[in-house]
Design a protein around this ligand. Structure first.
Ligand SMILES: CC(C)[C@H](C(=O)O)[C@@H](O)C(=O)O
Ligand code: SF4
Length: 479
């Protein structure tokens, strides 16, 4: 069946993943029913879904295909001497307790507080080998697109759908269109996946991928590490695309091999043989295409209140050409024509499901090593998971951050969304390695500037927005 249709018409990676999981095909008045291989659950979007299950007397259909973790509401400060956690609000504590109770009741595995594998939902899935090529993966969370870096069909769903998946292991979906974003050529040294994501957003806009599943392709994507690929797919949603995809390859297989839930021994060989077929045909066509020259990408930041208001940090703010952009410039206090380097920084956040993996922390540490965070700047480094924390501590990254005067925290979403009490003060400018610079996201009247880990670290050291390559050059001279 597969082979016949393959000969009949060239298919994209997305088509292959979709076709494998259709239970009931889409009609004009009904979406397709899609089977879900992995359902990730966290404390914010699940309570209501479990309540609906309880009201209707339903069970969780496949607790074995479900994995829960605690990330958004959990404090990143250690427990108090009496063992209790310093929750920001009563509601945050209740969300966590509810998830614990719901998982216990339904037999859902939970990476609970104290579990050495707990972390941000989009960090732990890949880390544990739960995220695998060819799977359908959903979570009540928009950044589920991250898992597409492995060639999985992964997308965020709403709370109502979380209930559907818990009860049926299926979700109703309209098939999106396909889009390919190609990064030709190689990146310059000191430029990374976050810069690629921001450059893409600046090019195609915050709605550029709407209604589409984006496949990332080209030399600069093929040479990215898995961490970099996750960063890129993580931000597909900021272009309006619920799905980001990268065809799995040797880099993918090497990263997955040996992880806790990854296939092993004979299953491993069979899995790889299958995963190698997960790619777009050479002659496949996409509904939409965009191309970027990777060599032309520079370290990027955002200057507005939408992730597509992005530009090279070494340049000046572009003209505000409509009322929205002018309002954003007023809010950000970054005037058109003003060199970004003239903008002072109050706080720096290095973390989130976009940039809290080991390689991200290494990048930040490379800039901070032997330097000091500028006077008056508060810098927070928050690893994405317990595993990342352990790995980082094993190679001394925590000590580099602490010696520079930064804080080293417990894993969680933290200041990315400020639900756990980690936030900026009103009016502060925060350079953040997260994915959203929406008004108020990091605290009331906080001005968020998005950047990659090296840039964020460089801004912490300089005390103003700056290109991280100035510090990398110095390091090369020393070395
Ligand atoms: C809390 C959750 C629903 C939300 C999301 O869907 O993305 C959050 O993770 C975010 O990043 O804004
Ligand atoms: S780190 Fe931020 S973007 Fe990622 S899941 Fe948490 S709140 Fe959402």
């Amino acid at each position: 069946m597969d082979r016949v249709s393959e000969r009949a018409s060239p298919r994209t990676l997305f088509d292959r993943l979709w076709d494998r999981h259709v239970v009931v095909s889409e009609t004009e008045d009904h979406p397709a029913t899609i089977y879900i291989d992995l359902h990730l659950v966290h404390e914010v979007t699940s309570p209501q879904a479990f309540s609906v299950l309880a009201e209707r007397g339903l069970k969780v259909r496949r607790p074995d295909l479900t994995m829960a973790t605690i990330d958004h509401s959990v404090p990143t400060l250690p427990a108090r001497p009496d063992g209790t956690l310093p929750y920001a609000t009563e509601a945050a504590a209740r969300q966590v307790e509810q998830l614990q109770a719901n998982c216990a009741q339904h037999g859902i595995p939970l990476l609970d507080l104290g579990d050495t594998r707990r972390g941000i939902v989009h960090v732990i899935g890949p880390e544990l080998g739960l995220t695998l090529p060819g799977k359908t993966i959903v979570c009540g969370d928009s950044h589920t697109s991250t898992h597409g870096a492995f060639g999985a069909l992964a997308f965020g769903i709403g709370t109502t759908e979380v209930g559907h998946v818990l009860a049926t292991q299926c979700v109703l979906q309209r098939k999106p269109k396909t889009m390919r974003v190609t990064f030709d050529g190689a990146l310059q040294p000191g430029v990374g996946a976050k810069d690629m994501a921001l450059a893409m957003l600046a090019t195609i806009g915050a709605n550029g991928g709407q209604g589409h599943a984006i496949e990332f392709a080209g030399e600069a994507v093929r040479t990215l590490s898995m961490e970099g690929r996750m960063t890129l797919c993580n931000m597909a949603i900021e272009a309006g695309a619920r799905v980001g995809l990268i065809a799995p390859d040797e880099t993918t297989f090497a990263w997955i091999e040996g992880r806790e839930f990854a296939p092993a021994e004979a299953d491993w060989d069979a899995a790889i043989a299958d995963w190698r077929t997960l790619r777009s045909d050479e002659d496949a066509t996409f509904d939409k295409e965009a191309r970027l020259d990777a060599a032309a990408i520079e370290p990027m930041i955002t200057y507005g209140v939408s992730p597509d208001a992005a530009a090279a940090v070494g340049k000046a703010a572009p003209p505000s050409n409509d009322q929205g952009a002018r309002d954003a410039a007023d809010y950000m206090q970054i005037e058109p024509g003003q060199a970004f380097a003239e903008t002072a920084v109050d706080r720096v956040f290095i973390g989130s499901c976009t940039n809290s993996r080991l390689s991200d922390l290494r990048e930040a540490a490379r800039v901070m090593r032997g330097r000091k965070v500028a006077d008056g700047v508060v810098a927070l480094v928050v690893p994405g998971s317990e595993q990342v924390r352990r790995d980082a501590e094993a190679e001394g990254l925590d000590r580099i951050f602490l010696a520079a005067g930064a804080e080293w925290r417990e894993p969680g979403c933290s200041m990315c969304i400020a639900m756990n009490g980690d936030q900026g003060a009103p009016g502060e400018l925060v350079v953040s390695t997260s994915n959203r610079n929406f008004i108020g996201r990091q605290g009331k009247d906080v001005r968020t500037v998005l950047a990659g880990p090296a840039t964020a670290a460089a801004c912490a050291i300089a005390g103003h927005l700056t290109d991280p390559r100035r510090y990398m050059e110095e390091m090369r001279d020393v070395a």
